[in-house]
Design a binder for this molecule. Structure first.
Ligand SMILES: Cc1cc2nc3c(=O)[nH]c(=O)nc-3n(C[C@H](O)[C@H](O)[C@H](O)COP(=O)(O)OP(=O)(O)OC[C@H]3O[C@@H](n4cnc5c(N)ncnc54)[C@H](O)[C@@H]3O)c2cc1C
Length: 378
């Protein structure tokens, strides 16, 4: 284990995991945890040190998100969207926006949320209907964003909207009088991630709020989502790890059918699948992160593959973990109950399992042009 991962692990074991079920019950991450993450500089992990951040490489970032995900998927989700926003602000934000926001974003004093999804625009982002109408040097935004992680508490929204020149991304101050938000509670999983619907009504922002050029919104969304996908893949590894630990501990102590559960071969089969899936998922995440660090464009596909495998493996591991805990695993407040519900969310966010299958298959066909040309008849 690298020294960085050991530090992440110790933090999670001390500060996050013991309270994760309390966070979930309260449907919020308390301020002291936000501050503790900030004290380590992890809200700014993706921003280079030269710009005030911590400047982790992608492998270290993935290790951080795996460890946080092992303890609490809600906190990891909040870290994911903040990281995506911080990255977009640093990479494509105007000089004025960076000067205004970056110092507080890297410490977590300003919390960011990512606003792409709308009631009618989910997997298909081309259906975004929110408009950004130019008015002098300003833009006026109108529309509704739904399922926004951290939307209840965010100080700064990264909002995607249509302009006459095409899709664009904007930074919207939550104090803008054109912003209103309503909490979304009792979701299946990541219950402490403080989801909200965010409504923009005649929401006027200056031209400097534009992130990237008008028309370059998809580029910003794709770049941020690629990072978010790596984070969710890593967080899914954390869920598998947590499921494995809980299952090993439980089956090593419970006697049924004349012996410890751990000594039944059918139980061992599930435990070995969990461990194998964990190692495979970690390797895929590590490959995607390494390619990012090397600036290799193959990282995009590698990240899809990593997220597809890790999130589906997390769902398998959580299903087996509940199964092997029996009724205990179904009990309200038991961690494996939470892992199970959180794992399902991992299969939906940052590109659903089906969207990943479609995308990965498309990549497979592009990789082998001869197979396309022959029409499959050989
Ligand atoms: C807990 C949570 C947190 C979230 N946080 C955020 C956030 O912070 N910001 C944000 O912008 N959004 C967020 N979302 C929204 C999330 O990104 C969307 O739910 C996701 O993109 C899927 O969109 P949808 O729910 O509208 O499902 P749909 O797109 O309607 O899909 C429904 C089903 O159809 C399948 N499907 C869709 N298209 C195809 C296709 N072409 N081929 C085959 N199958 C297909 C999907 O896989 C899915 O199973 C969050 C969602 C959840 C649950």
């Amino acid at each position: 284990m690298t020294p960085e991962r050991s530090a992440f692990r110790a933090f999670v074991d001390e500060t996050v995991a013991p309270r994760a079920d309390e966070f979930e019950r309260d449907e919020r991450i308390p301020d002291d945890v936000y501050k503790a993450v900030g004290a380590h500089g992890w809200w700014g992990a993706v921003v280079p040190a030269s710009a005030g951040g911590t400047g982790f490489d992608m492998r270290t970032l993935a290790a951080l998100h795996e460890e946080i995900g092992r303890g609490c998927s809600s906190l990891r989700s909040l870290l994911t969207v903040h990281t995506m926003g911080a990255y977009a602000l640093y990479r494509w934000g105007s000089a004025a926006a960076r000067e205004q926001w970056l110092p507080d974003v890297v410490t977590g004093a300003a919390r960011m949320a990512f606003c792409l999804t709308e009631p009618q625009a989910g997997s298909d982002a081309t259906m975004v209907a929110t408009t950004a109408t130019p008015d002098g040097s300003d833009f006026v935004l109108d529309g509704v964003k739904r399922w926004i992680t951290g939307g209840q508490v965010a100080d700064l929204f990264l909002v995607f909207a249509r302009t006459p020149r095409g899709p664009a991304a904007f930074l919207v101050d939550a104090r803008n009088p054109g912003v209103s938000r309503s909490p979304i509670s009792n979701v299946l999983g990541t219950r402490a991630s403080m989801l909200a619907e965010v409504r923009l009504t005649g929401c006027r922002v200056p031209g400097t709020a534009l992130v990237g050029a008008a028309g370059a919104g998809m580029l910003v969304a794709t770049g941020a989502l690629d990072l978010g996908r790596l984070s969710v893949a890593a967080g899914s590894c954390g869920i598998i790890d947590a499921c494995l630990d809980a299952t090993v501990a439980h089956t090593a102590g419970r006697v049924q059918g004349g012996g410890l559960l751990r000594d039944h071969q059918l139980v061992r089969a599930k435990v070995s699948d969990m461990l194998t899936d964990l190692y495979a998922a970690r390797e895929l995440v590590s490959r995607a992160a390494r390619l990012k660090d090397a600036g290799d464009p193959e990282t995009i596909n590698a990240t899809w593959v990593a997220k597809y495998h890790a999130s589906t493996a997390a769902m398998r591991a959580a299903t087996d973990a509940v199964q092997l805990h029996g009724a205990l695993g179904c009990a309200d407040g038991h961690p494996v109950n939470r892992y199970f519900r959180d794992a399902k969310v991992m299969e939906i966010i940052e590109g659903s399992t089906q969207i990943q299958q479609v995308t990965i298959a498309e990549h497979a066909y592009r990789r082998v042009p001869a197979a396309n040309a022959s029409g499959g008849a050989r």
